[in-house]
Ligand binder design. Structure first.
Ligand code: BGC
Length: 774
């Protein structure tokens, strides 16, 4: 292989480093010690300086360019290769999703390292969101597991698969907080809560990056979208977000801060405006918060086309102005568009962007490339098809995906113990998603392929074997189907069976980017079909697959049991069959509040109290209000006459096939010092007949603050598996520092006073105690 002399120089530097420091080869993931890490960091900084002194301005600007085929207009590989050869490209995104050349990784990288002036390797990024080829449950589903280890394992599998093809950077985790299930991208989030999202986001970062970024199986993670994207008004994607700075700092930013503290290497800007300023042009976000306050030393990438979108936002006059705003806001790398390449040289001549600023941006990117050890491992990890086949979708990965899916199912209702299904029964499987190989995969599955999906219908047949009967009539072809043609066959099957299993919800395309809904009811004629099925009087269990919670209306009464399965991924079928037949009890918990209806949105558990909080006693339902009664007679509290004052199901909620009792709440002290900590414990007892996993949750309420404080805030959780009759103590440590919030002056403060505390199965119930913060 021909190598450029400067490339050899950089390599020599790194290789000498590699002799003293544990820069890892594949499968030898040993985390560097702290001393080694700091030596490695120094070496990296000096490599960066060495490279910067050798780079021309054009090559520096080239490092800031994240390209896809579309950037080059025509999809002409010759033009693309020439740009790489000239050092005008820092990385590519979504290469193997392009229709042009899905195997371009190797050739483009070869040109970069052998033929470009300094041989700086390209960084290949991709949306590896919930799996690469082995598709895991959508992130919202994974969040329902409340299991960081599961999330970490999933990200590790995805990283091992993606790196086989040469991808070393993923545009995940999405750690936007969202309180709006109409927003299609809620499917990609980890829910509504900052503590849960922080904990699970960190786990995802740890899974992607492993404990050694230089390991060739590691992907640099990218937290997105900074910041406030999930607060799009009306749930309409890309829409304006208005978030007061205090709320931003207390609710929306903590997951980013936590992920950066855990070593996350990159951040993506939001498309949307935050308080009237497009995120991509916000020095407040990228300079003040990210760099000055948090000391982030990775790099910032714009979202796709987001630099140019500052023009329609009415914030930039034209492409040149957009480049000025983005570059000065601290966007290091430009995704898709080429305004930096076109205009930074001019802007530098005009004194609107300095060489020092350019060097900082380049350094941020090189730092991550060096940490990934791309110089030693520039190429796809799999060197042959056979090697790739051994990695992709191997049995271990499929088993991990199945195990993950099993923990994401949330049992919302289970009257008369209709679930678990019993062997020997005749089951009528009905509904558009029982055998939907594509739709069970959910949104963002660039490399997912339905031909490898395991659907529910065959999995049920396997589960039952000769011991029972599985009848099938979909009734509807797909979730939006409005034709009732299939109803007759469905009803016929239902009448013959002992129990009906309806499998419906939303197709994958109804959630995800750009796919918001105003009406979040079951689409198509599904509610009609369920109503017909219910009329048979047969026990009716319902499995829902969807990228968001759905307004269930009367189907919730008509079904005896409802289990939310989100979009469970490749192994949906076997995972669901195990849980439906009780081999494992469901253990998922809602990572968001489930609204009664779209008109109730936003509804979230950590809200403020209002001056007139609604209770069951001061609220009159619309159908209980007399005619022409006195204005104030039905009460004046914060509620909706039709939807009430509570969500359909609270945050943290989920049933198991057993029942759990909480008793004996004990606080280690009734008083807590500003730098101290408390132990809060309770006894959990499995009072049912089967082994099951409960997720005990720790909530607090700060009763009086210099600003109003939420009615509850999650501060801890723990999954505990207990055999029938077994009891165990669960202990939470609550540090006073966890009680901090931002005051009106935007300072993080811990204010003395009275606190309530709960150890609870969800955000609305639990054992209650209290303590004083001194
Ligand atoms: C999305 C990002 C994604 C990027 C690259 C954008 O449209 O908002 O989340 O990472 O495309 O595919």
């Amino acid at each position: 292989m021909k190598k450029h002399p400067l490339y050899v120089g950089v390599m020599a530097g790194l290789l000498s480093l590699a002799t003293t420091l544990p820069l890892q080869a594949a499968n030898e993931s040993v985390a560097p010690t702290a001393v080694a890490q700091s030596q490695q960091q120094d070496a990296i900084e000096s490599q960066i300086q060495q490279l910067l002194t050798q780079m021309s301005t054009q090559e520096k600007i080239g490092q800031l360019a994240l390209r896809d085929w579309g950037t080059f207009g025509a999809a002409d590989m010759k033009v693309i290769k020439q740009a790489v050869r000239e050092g005008r490209v820092g990385g590519f995104l979504n290469v193997n999703f392009s229709s042009v050349d899905q195997n371009a990784f190797e050739e483009l990288q070869r040109i970069a390292v052998e033929e470009s002036p300094l041989g700086v390797p390209l960084l290949f990024g991709q949306d590896v969101i919930h799996g690469y080829e082995t598709i895991f449950p959508i992130p919202l589903g994974q969040a329902a597991s409340w299991n960081p280890q599961l999330i970490k394992d999933g990200a590790r599998v995805a990283a091992q698969e993606a790196s086989a093809d040469g991808i070393r950077w993923t545009f995940a985790p999405m750690i936007d907080i969202s309180r709006d299930p109409r927003w299609g991208r809620i499917a990609e989030t980890l829910g509504e809560d900052p503590y849960l999202t922080s904990t699970l986001g960190v786990a995802m970062v740890e899974g992607f990056q492993s404990d050694n970024l230089a390991d060739p199986t590691s992907l640099a993670a990218c937290g997105k979208h900074f910041a406030g994207y999930g607060a799009a008004e009306g749930g309409r994607d890309y829409n304006s977000a208005y978030i007061p700075e205090r709320l931003l700092r207390d609710i929306y930013l903590p997951p980013f801060k936590a992920s950066i503290d855990a070593g996350m290497q990159s951040i993506m800007s939001t498309y949307s405006t935050l308080n009237d300023v497009p995120g991509t042009g916000s020095p407040f976000l990228f300079k003040q918060i990210l760099r000055d306050e948090w000391g982030f030393d990775g790099f910032v990438v714009s979202d796709w086309n987001a630099v140019m979108e500052m023009v329609p936002h009415g914030f930039a006059r034209d492409a040149k102005h957009a480049a000025t705003l983005a570059a000065n806001a601290g966007i290091d790398m430009e995704m898709h568009t080429d305004t930096y390449e076109k205009f930074l040289p001019q802007l530098m001549d005009e004194g609107k962007f300095s060489e020092a600023q350019l060097d900082t941006a380049v350094a941020n990117i090189l730092r991550v490339k060096l940490r990934l050890d791309l110089w030693n491992h520039p190429y796809p990890r799999a060197t042959s098809k056979a090697e790739r086949d051994q990695i992709i979708r191997n049995d271990q990965f499929l088993n991990t995906a199945k195990a993950a899916a099993k923990e994401t199912f949330v049992l919302l209702k289970n009257d008369n113990q209709v679930l678990p299904l019993k062997k020997g029964q005749s089951v009528a499987v009905i509904g558009p998603l029982a055998d939907a190989a594509h739709d069970q995969l959910g949104t963002w599955i660039y490399n997912g392929d339905k031909k490898y999906s395991h659907t529910l219908l065959p999995a049920l047949r396997d589960m039952v074997g000769d011991d029972g009967e599985i009848l099938f009539a979909a009734g509807l072809d797909y979730s939006r189907d409005i034709s009732t043609r299939g109803f007759r066959a469905a009803l016929k099957a239902a009448k013959k069976a002992d129990v009906i299993l309806f499998v419906g919800g939303e197709e994958a395309i109804l959630s995800g980017e750009g796919h918001s809904r105003g009406d979040i009811r079951l689409p198509g004629a599904q509610a009609e079909l369920v109503a017909e099925l219910a009329k048979t009087g047969k026990p009716l269990a319902m499995v829902l697959m969807a990228g968001r919670p759905l307004q269930l209306d009367q189907t919730l009464e008509q079904a005896d049991a409802v289990m939310m399965a989100w979009h469970p991924g490749t192994m949906a079928g076997p995972a669901l069959a195990d849980v439906l037949y009780g081999e494992t009890s469901p253990s998922g918990r809602l990572p968001l509040s489930w609204p009664v209806g779209a008109g109730q949105i936003p509804i979230y558990y950590n809200h403020l109290a209002t001056g007139r909080p609604a209770t069951d006693d001061n609220y009159t339902r619309i159908d209980k209000i007399g005619r022409e009664v006195f204005q104030h007679q039905p009460g004046n509290s914060s509620n909706q006459l039709d939807y009430g004052h509570k969500p359909q199901f609270p945050f943290g909620y989920g049933l198991t096939y057993s029942t759990f009792e909480y008793s004996n709440l004990v606080l280690s002290s009734r008083e807590l010092d500003g730098d101290g900590q408390l132990t809060i414990s309770a006894t959990l007892t499995n009072a049912g007949k089967v082994s099951a996993t409960e997720t005990a949750q720790l909530y607090v309420r700060d009763l009086v603050g210099s600003v109003s404080r939420p009615v509850r805030e999650l501060k801890g959780f723990e999954r505990i598996t207990l055999a029938p009759g077994e009891s165990r103590e669960v202990d939470f440590t609550l540090k006073a520092s966890q009680l901090a919030f931002h005051n009106a002056q935007m300072q993080p403060v811990i204010e003395p006073g009275e606190f309530r505390v709960w150890v609870a199965p969800d955000a609305e119930s639990g054992l209650e105690g209290g303590f004083t913060l001194r």
